[in-house]
Ligand binder design. Sequence first.
Ligand SMILES: NC(=O)c1ccc[n+]([C@@H]2O[C@H](COP(=O)([O-])OP(=O)(O)OC[C@H]3O[C@@H](n4cnc5c(N)ncnc54)[C@H](OP(=O)(O)O)[C@@H]3O)[C@@H](O)[C@H]2O)c1
Length: 337
Amino acid sequence: MKAWLLKDFGLKNLQLSETATPVPQQGELLVKVSAVSLNFRDKAIVDGFYEPEMIPKPLIPVSDAAGVVVGTGPGVTRFIEGDRVTSTLYSRWVDGHPKHNEPDFCFGAPLPGGLAEYMIIHEESAVRAPDAMTDVEASTLPIAAVTAWFSLMDYGHLQPGQTVLVQGTGGVSLFAAQIAAAHGARVIATSSRDENLAKTKALGGWAGVNYKQHTAWEKQVIELTDGKGVDLLIDVAGGDGLNQSVAATKAGGLIAQVGFLTGQTTALNLMPLFFRQTTIRGIAVGHRKSFERMNAFLDDHKVKPVIDHVYAFDDAPKAFEHLSRGPFGKVVIKVAD
Ligand SMILES: NC(=O)c1ccc[n+]([C@@H]2O[C@H](COP(=O)([O-])OP(=O)(O)OC[C@H]3O[C@@H](n4cnc5c(N)ncnc54)[C@H](OP(=O)(O)O)[C@@H]3O)[C@@H](O)[C@H]2O)c1
């Protein structure tokens, strides 16, 4: 089969190659990949700053995939040939508390990902693709949408009328804005671009703050919330900006620590954390059951993914370059028709 293989770190070392088509073993599905979507994780893996010692080489990268079951290994009962499925990043985390070794079983590293004509997905980690979505749309769900949903619902227990802050207008944040708004929450978005703030409002956002113009954006958020701060903040920026997130969150409020766009370490001021009694939880996407609940919600509320651009399979490196420039929503690679 054709596959993009990461032979060494760096985008120039992502090369279109021929490799053996995998054979499904006990409980596994052979999936003909229709589309994959890119996440910051995929870029960080290619660039070599995502746990580099954990990355096997050569690697078929990209964790988020949607496709059609074309073969099954012995013992498969959940799916049959012809079913449309998506991957789940944490491929062994089905429900409940995560186990310590969930990261060892992620697609797109260390397990082979979806940037190939075929991939193996265990039937326990496959999720039925929503009927109302194309495979291109469904491919955007496994990381960005589930992370947003898990943060808002499984962790945040979001209630209608509460206020949520999302940072930037990338994949996770736009899904979080759409889901929170559909649930009846007020959404404040930050962005480096005014036009993106306007587009986020059109998706249901309530207010926007340009974090480039207002470097002390937390003060704007406090003003917008009558001096209180937001109920739940989804932090995708990381780094020392976490102190601003604490300041922008209400007393007793919640922060879902999702990303590290500005840094993987932070110098956190503890006194404001104590005074505001903020809870910060690290988020690792979410489990399959949460994914399935989200799909039902997206269907009920007719929420569709925001896709910035769809690239052809042969143009995969251009899709990675687009992700580096900062997309509005998701960047997808169409693998097959
Ligand atoms: N822990 C998890 O489970 C999990 C899951 C998914 C993603 N993540 C992480 O979450 C982060 C975002 O992922 P993504 O896939 O949504 O990324 P993405 O689609 O590449 O989005 C990036 C966007 O973030 C915004 N941004 C950049 N720097 C920012 C800053 N300093 N403050 C606020 N916004 C900023 C920009 O929006 P504007 O152009 O509008 O400014 C940019 O377009 C990444 O670090 C990723 O690794 C973690």
